[in-house]
Design a protein around this ligand. Structure first.
Ligand code: FAD
Length: 558
C-alpha cells in the first residue's frame, strides 16, 4: 500500500501516475484541507473574477478520483505522526478520532506554509492564500468590503504581486509593502525596476524598504513606526517548507529547512519519499541544496516518485527555478542564477543585456523586451537569464532554460534553429543575438562594462561617448556623455587618444559597431552593455533604493 501525504500538486501527480503503472496497488491520499487537486496557481485570479467560476479551480474531487483512478482520497484528514519502525501513520480526521494506517511506501508532499507576521491582533483582517479554504476566506472578506476599501499586501514576490494585481482589479486601493526595494526578488535590480514603474503607473502603491511588525484591526504597523490603514491584509512574505512532520519522525532535514532527499526523491528513510515545496532540490550550478517552490517541479517529481515506486527509477535533474509572472500586463520571467547571486558566490561573470523586439520590427505589433544573460566568464557556461516585456518573453526564457538543461554554452545560443516568421520572431532571434554577443565577448571581439560599473570607469579617467542617432536623444542622456554620432567618429576620435573610451548607444548594438571602429583606430574602448536603456533602468533601481532610504515613504507619494 502507498500512502501519500498532501493531495495537491506533487501528491496527486504521484497518485495518478502510480495508478497508471500499477492497477492493483492500494493508494491512499490524505489531505488536510477540504479539497484535493486544486489549482493553487489560479487562486489569485478568482479574487478579481478573471477566473469567474470557483469550480474551475477544483480539477478533481475524491468521488471522481475513486471512480476513475480507484484512488482513496480523504480530505480534512491530517497526518499527525509517522511511526517509521512500524511503517504506520496517524491520521486525524477533522472532528473525528485519530486512526492509524500502515504503508509500504510513504510519499510526503505537504507543501510549504505561508510566513506570517509575528504580531497579529485577534481581530486583524489578515489572510494568506494557499488552499481553496483560504480562497473562500479571502472571498468572504473581500465581498464584505465597501468599494475603495484599502488592502495591504505584505511581500512583493510572486504571490504578493499576483494578489495585489487581483485586489487592484477588484477595485481595492492596494499597497504592496516590500522589505527590499524591488518587486520579484529573484530579478536583478535593473530588470525589476520597470516592474515597479509599471505598477505605479497603473495605480498600485508601493512601500519599499519597510517590514511589517504588526497587523492590527484596521492597520498594519511598519518597522519605522509608521502605519498603513488596512481593511484587508494579505500575507505573502514567502513560504516555509512544511517539514515538521518529517522532522518529528527523525528524517534528515537540511539547513534550508527542507526535507533532504536523494536524486530519486528518497528521504533518509528508504521507505519514505519527499517531493514538492517541502523537499530540497539540487542547484544547477554548484549542486548545493536549495528550495524551489514551483508547481512544475512538484508535478514532475510526483510522477518520478511513482516511477521509482513502480520500479522505474529516474534521476532528478537539478532545479533551475524557471518562473514567469504577469505583473499587471507586463511579463517577467527568469531561470537559473541572477547576476547578484553569481557575484555573491565569487563567480567571475560575463553579463549581457539586450533590448530586442518581440518579433520583426517591420511587422505590426512588435513589442519591446529586455533580456539578460548571466554567463560564467571562465567557462562560457550559462548561469541564468531574465526577461521583462510582454509578447515572447516566456518563450525566450524557456529556450534558454532548455539550453541550460542541455548544458549548452552561451555562445552556442547563436546556433539554435528557432521557429521564425515575422509575426513570431526575427530571422536572428533575440536568443540567437544573445549567443552572438556571448561569442563576441568570449572571442575578445567586444569588451563591455555594466551600468553599475560606469561611474567607477569615469572616475578612473574614461571618457563616455554617446553614439546614438539624433532621433534617439530625446529619450534622455547619461550625464557627462559627449554625443558623437557613429558617422562622425572617425574624424573626432583623435581627441580622446590615450584615454579609455566607454561608448554607448540606445541598446548596445550600434555601440558595438562604434567600439569595433575605435578599436581598429587603436583606442582602448569598452561598450556600455545594454546601452542607455539598461543604464536608465539601473538608475531607476537606484532611485527606488534611495527613495526608501531617504524617506521611507511610499513611492507613489515620492
Ligand atoms: P501543495 O500543492 O501546496 O500541496 C500540499 C498539500 O498538503 C496542501 O494542500 C496541504 O493542505 C497538505 N498537507 C500539508 N501537511 C499535511 C499533513 N500533515 N497531512 C495532510 N495534508 C497535509 N507555482 C508555479 O510554478 N507557478 C505559479 O504560477 C504558481 N502560483 C502560485 C499561486 C499561489 C497562490 C500559490 C499558493 C502557489 C503558487 N505556486 C506557483 C506554487 C505551487 O503551487 C507549489 O509549488 C506547488 O503547489 C507545490 O506542490 P506540493 O505538492 O509541494 O504542495
Amino acid at each position: 500500500m502507498t500512502v501519500i501525504v498532501g493531495g495537491v500538486a506533487g501528491g496527486m501527480s504521484t497518485a495518478t501516475r502510480l495508478r497508471r503503472l500499477d492497477e492493483d496497488r492500494e493508494i491512499i491520499v490524505l489531505e488536510r484541507s477540504g479539497a484535493v487537486s486544486f489549482a493553487n496557481c489560479g487562486l489569485p485570479y478568482h479574487v478579481s473574477g478573471v477566473i469567474p467560476e470557483r469550480a474551475a479551480l477544483e480539477l478533481q474531487d475524491p468521488a471522481r478520483l475513486a471512480a476513475r483512478f480507484r484512488i482513496d482520497a480523504r480530505v480534512r484528514s491530517e497526518v499527525v505522526a509517522i511511526d517509521r519502525a512500524a511503517r504506520r501513520v496517524t491520521v486525524r480526521p477533522a472532528g473525528g478520532t485519530d486512526y492509524e494506517l500502515g504503508y509500504d511506501e510513504l510519499v510526503l508532499s505537504p507543501g510549504a506554509a505561508p510566513r506570517l507576521p509575528d504580531r497579529v491582533a485577534p481581530d486583524a483582517p489578515l489572510h494568506a492564500l494557499r488552499t481553496l479554504d483560504d480562497l473562500d476566506a479571502v472571498m468572504g472578506a473581500v465581498d464584505g468590503l465597501p468599494s475603495r476599501a484599502r488592502a495591504v499586501v505584505i511581500g512583493g514576490g510572486y504571490i504578493g504581486v499576483e494578489m495585489a494585481d487581483n485586489l487592484h482589479r477588484r477595485g481595492l486601493a492596494t499597497t504592496i509593502v516590500q522589505r527590499s526595494s524591488r518587486l520579484i526578488g529573484g530579478l536583478d535590480p535593473e530588470m525589476a525596476a520597470p516592474l515597479a514603474e509599471h505598477v505605479l503607473e497603473r495605480g498600485l502603491r508601493l512601500r519599499f524598504g519597510n517590514a511589517v511588525t504588526a497587523v492590527e484591526a484596521r492597520r498594519v504597523v511598519l518597522d519605522d513606526g509608521s502605519a498603513l490603514p488596512a481593511d484587508l491584509v494579505i500575507a505573502a512574505m514567502g513560504v516555509v517548507p512544511e517539514s515538521g512532520l518529517a522532522r518529528a519522525a527523525g528524517l534528515e532535514i537540511g539547513a534550508t529547512g527542507g526535507i533532504v532527499v536523494d536524486e530519486s526523491h528518497r528521504t533518509s528513510d528508504p521507505a519514505i519519499y519527499a517531493i514538492g515545496d517541502a523537499a530540497e532540490k539540487r542547484d544547477p550550478v554548484d549542486g548545493s541544496p536549495r528550495l524551489v517552490p514551483l508547481a512544475g517541479l512538484a508535478n514532475r517529481h510526483g510522477r518520478a516518485v511513482a516511477d521509482a515506486i513502480a520500479g522505474r527509477p529516474s534521476i532528478a535533474a537539478p532545479a533551475l527555478g524557471t518562473a514567469v509572472i504577469d505583473v499587471l500586463g507586463l511579463t517577467a520571467a527568469s531561470t537559473g542564477w541572477s547576476e547578484e547571486h553569481a557575484r555573491s558566490r565569487g563567480i567571475e561573470v560575463r553579463v549581457i543585456h539586450s533590448h530586442p523586439l518581440s518579433h520583426a520590427g517591420y511587422f505590426p505589433g512588435a513589442r519591446p523586451m529586455s533580456l539578460k544573460l548571466v554567463v560564467d566568464a571562465r567557462t562560457d557556461r550559462i548561469l541564468g537569464a531574465q526577461a521583462v516585456g510582454t509578447e515572447g518573453v516566456a518563450r525566450r526564457i524557456d529556450v534558454i532554460a532548455t539550453a541550460m538543461a542541455a548544458n549548452l554554452a552561451a555562445s552556442a545560443l547563436a546556433d539554435l534553429e528557432l521557429a521564425y516568421a515575422p509575426q513570431y520572431g526575427s530571422a536572428k532571434d533575440p536568443v540567437n543575438m544573445l549567443g552572438y554577443i556571448a561569442r563576441n565577448l568570449a572571442d575578445g571581439e567586444d569588451a563591455t562594462i555594466q551600468w553599475h560599473e560606469l561611474d567607477d570607469a569615469v572616475a578612473d579617467g574614461a571618457v563616455l561617448l554617446d553614439v546614438r542617432a539624433a532621433g534617439q536623444l530625446a529619450e534622455g542622456a547619461i550625464p557627462g556623455a559627449t554625443w558623437i554620432p557613429v558617422e562622425e567618429l572617425r574624424e573626432r576620435a583623435d581627441a580622446y587618444a590615450g584615454r579609455r573610451i566607454v561608448v554607448h548607444c540606445r541598446v548596445g548594438q550600434g555601440a558595438h559597431t562604434a567600439a569595433r571602429l575605435l578599436a581598429s583606430l587603436g583606442h582602448d574602448v569598452v561598450n556600455l552593455d545594454g546601452g542607455y536603456l539598461t543604464w536608465r533602468d539601473g538608475m531607476r533601481s537606484v532611485d527606488h533604493q534611495q527613495s526608501t532610504d531617504a524617506t521611507s515613504a511610499d513611492l507613489r507619494a515620492a
